[in-house]
Design a protein around this ligand. Structure first.
Ligand code: C5P
Length: 400
């Protein structure tokens, strides 16, 4: 439950995406948030207030003149009792009013009267989104520190295709969770690797390993939540990326190294989470190798470059962080790797039943010694790792 104890004021404005706000309400509650809903008059033509009342367990605000609200002034109190005001969907009309301080209906009034952060998830036809007026309004809102979530591109309810679809409810929840995280890496640039690599033997076979990519994707998400600009060089994994990161897909260790070296200039941090294959076949056959009945073929291996060690050896390297997955002697092997690769921080884990799963156990090794983190979901561990990285960036010799 990532939103435990958070109070979300959800404003629903008019647009066909209003139906998705019902699912959004359910997901917010599922993450432990308390949700109060306000609807514009137009929104009530798409979904009824009863839906949101039933889902949120709270009365729904629809009328700016509702004198029956306890203490009156419901539109003023609405955001006073919230940690964030989220408008989803946010129509072009709403964005225009919010950007210009107009307060002539319920939603614009409670937005102007808020004293909590505002996030908006726009939803509109792509021509409306790309119109000069909406561009101006979005720029104004961004300048006013309003979080603009999306929109996405794709098929629209009107039958046209383009930019202007509301983000999916799960993506909005992911953004909201990020909103509540400390911005420890604001303005920093993080380059990282994740997943396995695949070293071709022939067009249909290869050497790889069992990395799911989950830990790397969790680290990417945690770094982005902390405000970093994240570039992820990712081996073959079947999982989707977290939102808001630049992902470069690669297959082999050599491709991974090339992508890392192309992007390493100007990075503040490099995190090697990838399980890079130590060896690759010296020659990859360009035709499928056939069974012959004769003695089986011998595959000659050559060693792959150590990407992390190469980055750490650059003249002005970013802060380099490694991972060490071991089946035994974790502390000894992790420390040895940290020294061999000349990196300040390595996160070690014993490969046990957590392999490929959602949870993990991590121990951090740096100049201060070792620090065992409690077993936890990978995202929680990734956030702790990011906190340690931020502390080291601030003061490379910081004692814990
Ligand atoms: O030496 P070992 O593979 O155990 O070290 C693991 C750490 O080094 C990880 O951070 C991994 O991403 C990185 N690594 C690398 N290139 C390699 C091998 C490992 O960047 N060829």
């Amino acid at each position: 439950m990532e939103l435990e104890g958070k109070r979300v004021a959800l404003g629903v404005t008019g647009g066909i995406a209003a139906y998705k706000a019902a699912e959004l309400t359910r997901l917010l509650l599922g993450q432990g948030a308390a949700v109060r809903v306000a609807m514009s008059e137009a929104a009530t033509h798409f979904v009824t207030p009863t839906t949101f009342q039933a889902l949120s367990g709270n009365p729904v605000l629809t009328d700016p003149w509702d004198a029956s609200a306890a203490g009156g002034m419901a539109h003023i109190r609405f955001s006073r009792e919230a940690d964030v005001l989220l408008i989803a969907p946010a129509s072009a009309n709403f964005l225009a009013k919010a950007a210009n301080g107009i307060a002539d209906d319920l939603m614009s009034t409670l937005t102007l009267a808020r004293d909590c952060p505002l996030l908006v998830a726009p939803a509109m036809n792509h021509r409306m989104w790309n119109s000069p007026a909406t561009r101006r309004n979005v720029a104004t809102l961004t300048g006013d520190a309003v979080g603009v979530l999306g929109p996405a591109s794709g098929g629209q309810a009107c039958g046209e295709t383009g930019e202007g679809r509301m983000l999916e409810p799960a993506q909005i929840v992911e953004e909201l969770i990020a909103h509540f995280q400390p911005r420890r890496l604001a303005g920093k640039r993080v380059l990282m690797t994740a997943g396995p690599t695949f070293e071709a033997i022939d067009p249909v076979r290869g050497l790889t390993n069992l990395s799911s990519g989950r830990m790397g994707l969790a680290v990417a998400r945690a770094a982005r939540e902390a405000g970093a600009e994240v570039t992820l060089v990712c081996g073959p994994v079947s999982l989707p990326s977290p939102r808001g990161i630049a992902r470069i897909d690669v297959t082999s260790a050599l491709e991974m190294r090339a992508a890392v070296m192309r992007h390493v200039a100007g990075q503040d941090v490099f995190i090697g989470v990838a399980a890079v294959a130590d060896y690759r076949p010296r020659i990859a056959s360009d035709q499928k190798i056939k069974k012959t009945g004769h003695p089986p073929p011998v595959i000659e291996l050559v060693e792959n470059p150590d990407i992390l060690a190469e980055v750490a050896a650059l003249p002005d390297p970013p802060l380099c962080v490694g991972f060490a997955a071991e089946t035994r002697n974790l502390a000894e092997y992790a420390e040895k790797k940290r020294r061999a690769k000349k990196i300040p921080l390595i996160a070690g884990n014993l490969i046990g039943d957590g392999f490929g799963g959602e949870t993990n156990t991590l121990t951090l090794f740096d100049d201060d010694g070792r620090h065992a983190l409690e077993p936890a979901p990978k995202l929680a561990l990734a956030r702790q790792l990011v906190a340690r990285i931020a502390a080291l960036l601030e003061n490379p010799h910081a004692a814990r």
